[in-house]
Ligand binder design. Structure first.
Ligand code: PHE
Length: 491
């Protein structure tokens, strides 16, 4: 049996975990949520969820991978053969995410090229929708495949492939650049942002607390989902990464560092985004509340416009898109590594290089649908359903499996045995009772909301194909895999 690959040091492991956690979500999701859900007051549910849900779950995933020394499928299989489906579910969700995440990175690459000449001009909205993604009028109008996006997608997948092709050996070299570089660029953009005239109005909008918002359940559920997504939990990533650590490495300190750095960057990102929006508001007369946007609209419509108002605009535009690409790439390849770890655990006779290649080629093919003229609609629906159901469901099954079948206390003893910072009995209570209850409530609330109003008013067939259908598909595949692997030996 081949010896398991190892991280060269604990620091590199933490770099890789932070690299996965810090992604587009920190820049384009967190600041928007804070601005929308109570400003500075949003930090209260966010930090409560971080410590109640995020850190304990991260400790759990690190501990599972490090204890079992295999990826997500093998780890759950070691606990009980039938639980292997939980691991498969997490990896499948991750695989779906990376197939569209890579398309978004492709858009970033196209915008990077355009940054040199600020090609988007004054009407950044129609430039993005008409000239870049060629968005069709209706979700049913698939149209054609955009050639530039496919071209960019090939480059993105090549970058992903060369980052993971030798597994941890290559990942450990790449994260030395992709983790710190975007953070450095981010600080340059932050300093530029907060020194712009009008920045303060944006910052006031971002932080002005509205404690009344805390009475709204939606604010708490938004904080909960954000913590899940931002820490890359329930995708099998942290389990796979931790499985390349020595069994005796410290766990709790690594988890706390990863979680704190990630959230710190999110909070600081708010200053960067909103100071720039404050400047734009002062120049254009449009209030910050109307400029605030999340997701692709922020990165490809609002920000390009704001950046083009700044002196030396193209320099800052280039820095911005290089930052987005380097931020996203290590999140993207962490998803690929989670999948190829699982495949390599099972079929260890196939060379790691080949496994990585198959996963990347398959990911590229699955992503083509998101490069069609209706791609943005599909991406939007898929993202909503995977993050609101797929992940929460996998997370719930993970805590139930650990809490009730493996034994929360057994895993906690292991963590305490190897870690400097000891965790108390409260952790068992969180894993066995509190977190499952939170996740069940979140699932039910999401379900009621989506049944009452179809997500974003999309037609039922689209919601089914790219939403419920995918979730059901993941569930079925996970269950069937357990059924058919009955006769095979444990991994
Ligand atoms: N954590 C990343 C972010 O905040 C997103 C991500 C989720 C990346 C899951 C990989 C896997 O952007």
């Amino acid at each position: 049996m081949e010896k398991r690959q190892r991280w060269p040091s604990r620091m590199i492991f933490i770099f890789a975990a932070i690299g996965s956690a810090v992604g587009l979500g920190n820049i384009w999701r967190f600041p928007y949520l804070a601005g929308k859900y109570g400003g500075g007051a949003f930090l209260i549910p966010y930090l409560i969820m971080l410590f109640l849900l995020g850190v304990p779950l991260l400790i759990m995933e690190f501990a599972i991978g490090q204890r079992m020394q295999v990826g997500a499928v093998g780890s759950f299989r070691k606990i009980k053969r039938k639980l292997a489906g939980i691991g498969l579910g997490s990896v499948l969700c991750g695989f779906i995410v990376v197939s569209y995440y890579a398309v978004i990175m492709g858009w970033c690459l196209i915008y990077l090229i355009y940054s040199f000449t600020l090609k988007w001009g004054a009407d950044t909205k129609s430039f993005f929708f008409d000239n870049v993604i060629h968005l069709s009028k209706d979700v049913g109008e698939v149209g054609f495949i955009s050639v530039e996006i496919i071209f960019a997608l090939v480059i993105v997948w090549a970058l992903i492939y060369f980052s993971v092709w030798k597994g941890i050996k290559s990942v450990s070299k790449v994260v030395l650049v992709t983790m710190p570089l975007p953070i450095i660029l981010f600080f340059i953009l932050l300093i530029r942002g907060i020194t712009l005239p009008g920045a303060i109005d944006g910052i006031i909008f971002y932080l002005k607390p509205n404690f009344g918002a805390l009475l709204d359940f939606e604010v708490w559920s938004a904080a909960m989902s954000q913590i899940f997504f931002t820490l890359s939990l329930a995708f099998g990533i942290m389990i796979a990464y931790a499985s390349y650590q020595h069994e005796s490495s410290d766990i709790s300190k690594s988890a706390i560092i990863t979680a704190l750095v990630n959230s710190g960057i999110s909070i600081i990102a708010g200053f960067c985004v909103f100071s720039t929006l404050g400047y734009m508001a002062s120049r254009s007369g449009v209030p910050v509340s109307e400029l605030a946007a999340s997701g692709p609209s922020l990165a490809f419509i609002v920000f390009p416009k704001a950046l083009s108002l700044i002196p030396f605009a193209s320099v800052f535009a280039v820095l911005f898109f290089v930052m987005l690409i380097t931020l996203g790439i290590d999140s993207a390849f962490s998803l690929v590594e989670a999948a190829s770890t699982v495949i390599h655990d099972r079929y260890s006779h196939i060379r790691k290089e080949d496994v990585s290649l198959y996963v990347c080629v398959f990911g590229f093919i699955c992503g083509i649908i998101f490069a069609t003229f209706a791609g943005l609609y599909y991406l939007d629906i898929t993202d909503h359903f995977i993050t609101n159901y797929g992940l929460v469901l996998v997370g719930l099954l993970e805590v139930l499996a650990i809490g009730w079948l493996y034994g929360a206390n057994k895993l906690r003893n292991y963590v305490n045995h190897v870690s400097e910072i000891k965790i108390g009995k409260w952790w068992n209570t969180l894993i066995k009772f509190i977190i499952p209850v939170f996740l069940i409530v979140l699932l039910i609330a999401n379900f009621i909301r989506d049944i009452k109003h179809p997500y974003e008013g999309y037609p039922q067939w689209a919601i089914f194909c790219f939403g419920w259908g995918l979730i059901i598909g993941v569930l079925l595949l996970s269950c069937l895999s357990v059924f058919f692997s009955r006769q095979k030996n444990n991994v």
